[in-house]
Ligand binder design. Structure first.
Ligand code: PEP
Ligand code: MG
Length: 570
């Protein structure tokens, strides 16, 4: 890996943590991919058949190697390797290569051209399909290396424990990981639903994705401390501090493994732990964990590649898959939060200068109420068909509510359909107006991701602003406190459904502030529950006071650690 200027002591980077755990080891970059060929000389007509068979042999070799590897592992890792082999065997892709060879291109370049065509198609489809582009590039590179007789690109040989760094990991690389040696993963690109993330979860290797281009400045051999819950990478940290954090993380992992719920503080104050899901599959997975229900169903993620609005019946079917995963518990469905980083093609929004400040969330229905009412009809239909009632309530909330009028309008549309209305508190205006907004609603849920972005005026997608887009910022905590105080005064339940709910230490503060529920990725819930079990409510309240009073996010964390230590018995 060619590196720009090396980074110095204590430099930190922030990405999206997808598997928790703290690890300290040398960084190692993945073996580079082959340089891609340029067009090259045209193959004469009589050599093209031979060129085609060179390609076929290389592609068959890559495919059978991947299949053989799939048999040596189990579960999702095996499925991923099989799926990658399937892409090498894909008839459409092979036909595209064959067409290029027939046109006179050498096999290597024909492979590049065909793959580019597919990448373009996947990019257009967007969303989850676009995340498979890494897989396409991976098969292209493997076939090119095979055609040239070069070693397979991918994992380097290492002689001790390392943390693997890559631009993005291919599924085949991740699935072949020896987790005794590769004890952590950090990628520049990728997303929480990428293959890297899926396999890292299965292997239970601490993993951070989307850490940004800055990590390229970390050279192989540099010592790094990674925290897979917080998504942080610290370069050349103080060794004693790093080892202490690793030890603490291992002790915590042991406790978490034994924790079964339901969540309560040491002195019995209950906090509901709920899961964030995006479809039937993630809801079913959540139902096998300690999650007591669903606190955020991000419906827009079901439609990232839908160019036409699904009918009420089709939507009802999709929602039913999620509701039926929790037949006896609360499920909170969020109406479409399209726009900004989550484009939903059928909502056909105009290009905007500032998408995150534009027509997103509930705003997409301002000029198109039917879009919202059809979705509410579909949610009501799914709930009725499954016979859900007060014992398994279906709550519905609107994203990006900013005014009392919006809350009233949304609540009326919900109540007309027998649905229980709520709103996300993620625009600072909504927290500031909580006293006026709450009388119209049955619950609220604080979206700390956006609340932080808007309170700090810092783009949540910008890795370089990670220290600002931190829900530990006391300014954000003060907005949460205002909302919780009002919730208690008006007896309106207040939940948290942003990433803050997945941070065990912050969960102590949020409990102290009076939240009723915490909703996060289901894999993070046991960590939160185990932490709450160690503190009493008085300590949570002291931690909250200390965090609110801190000057900045770093000091807030320190003050809370101190408050928890002081609150330990004996
Ligand atoms: C949030 O903003 O905190 C939230 C939960 O919603 P999303 O991350 O989907 O914007
Ligand atoms: Mg949000």
């Amino acid at each position: 890996m060619a590196n720009v200027a090396d980074v110095s002591h204590d430099t930190s980077f922030k990405g999206t943590g997808v598997v928790g755990g703290v690890r300290y080891a040398r960084a190692v970059w993945i073996t580079p991919r082959p340089a891609l060929p340029t067009a090259g000389a045209e193959i004469p007509e009589d050599g093209r058949e031979n060129e085609q068979s060179r390609f076929t042999v290389a592609a068959d070799t890559v495919s059978s190697r991947l299949l053989a590897r799939s048999e040596s592992v189990t579960g999702a890792a095996s499925e991923v390797l099989k799926a990658t082999a399937g892409m090498v065997d894909d008839r459409g892709w092979r036909r595209a290569v064959a067409k290029n060879i027939k046109g006179g291109h050498p096999a290597e370049y024909a492979t590049v051209l065909a793959t580019d065509k597919f990448i373009e198609m996947f990019e257009k489809a967007g969303g989850i399909i676009a995340e498979r582009i890494t897989d396409l590039r991976d098969i292209r590179d493997r076939v090119i290396a095979e055609l040239r007789g070069e070693p397979e690109p991918g994992l380097p040989a290492v002689d001790g424990q390392v943390i693997l760094f890559a631009e993005d990991l291919s599924p085949a690389d991740t699935a072949a990981l020896d987790t005794d040696l590769f004890i952590g993963l950090v990628t520049e690109l990728g997303g929480p639903t990428s293959h890297t993330a899926i396999i890292a979860r299965q292997l239970n290797v601490p993993c951070i994705v989307a850490a940004g281009a800055g990590i390229k400045r970390i050279s192989s051999g540099t010592k790094v401390l990674i925290d897979g819950s917080l998504g942080t990478v610290l370069v050349n940290p103080d060794e004693d501090m790093a080892l202490a954090q690793v030890e603490e993380s291992r002790a915590r992992a042991a406790k978490i493994a034994q924790w079964t719920g339901p969540a309560q503080t040491r002195d019995g104050h209950r906090v509901q732990l709920l899961a964030n899901v995006q479809d039937g599959a993630t809801a079913r997975t959540a139902s096998t964990t300690v999650a007591e229900g669903i606190g955020l169903f991000r419906t827009e993620l079901c439609f990232l590649s839908s160019t036409e609005e699904p009918s009420v019946e089709e939507q009802a079917d999709i929602y039913a898959r999620v509701l039926e995963a929790f037949p006896e518990s609360k499920v909170v469905v969020r109406t479409l939060d399209a726009g900004s980083d989550k484009p939903v093609p059928f909502t056909s929004m105009p290009e905007e200068m500032n998408p995150s400040l534009g027509v997103r969330g509930l705003r997409i229905a301002f000029d198109n109420e039917g879009l919202l009412t059809r979705q509410l009809d579909a949610i009501a239909r799914a709930a009725t068909e499954l016979g859900r009632d007060d014992t398994a309530p279906t709550w519905v909330m609107a994203p990006m509510v900013a005014t009392v009028g919006e809350a009233k309008w949304f609540a009326r549309l919900c109540r007309e359909r027998g649905l229980i209305p709520g709103a996300m508190i993620e625009v600072p205006a909504a927290a500031l107006m909580a006293d006026k907004i709450m009388p119209h609603l049955d619950f609220v849920s604080i979206g700390t991701n956006d609340l932080t972005q808007y309170a700090m005026a810092a783009d949540r997608m910008a890795p370089s602003l990670a220290s600002l887009t931190d829900p530990w910022q006391p300014a954000v905590l003060r907005l949460i406190k205002m909302t919780c105080d009002e919730g208690q005064r008006q007896d309106v339940p207040v939940g948290i459904c942003g990433e803050a709910a997945a941070d065990p230490l912050l969960a102590v503060v949020l409990t102290g502030l009076g939240v009723n529920s915490l909703s996060a990725a289901s894999t993070a819930l046991a960590g939160v529950g185990a932490q709450l079990a160690e503190v009493d409510l008085a300590t949570c309240r002291q931690a909250a006071v200390a965090a609110l009073d801190a000057e900045d996010a770093l000091r807030a964390r320190e003050a809370v650690r101190a408050a928890i230590a002081a609150g330990q018995p004996g």
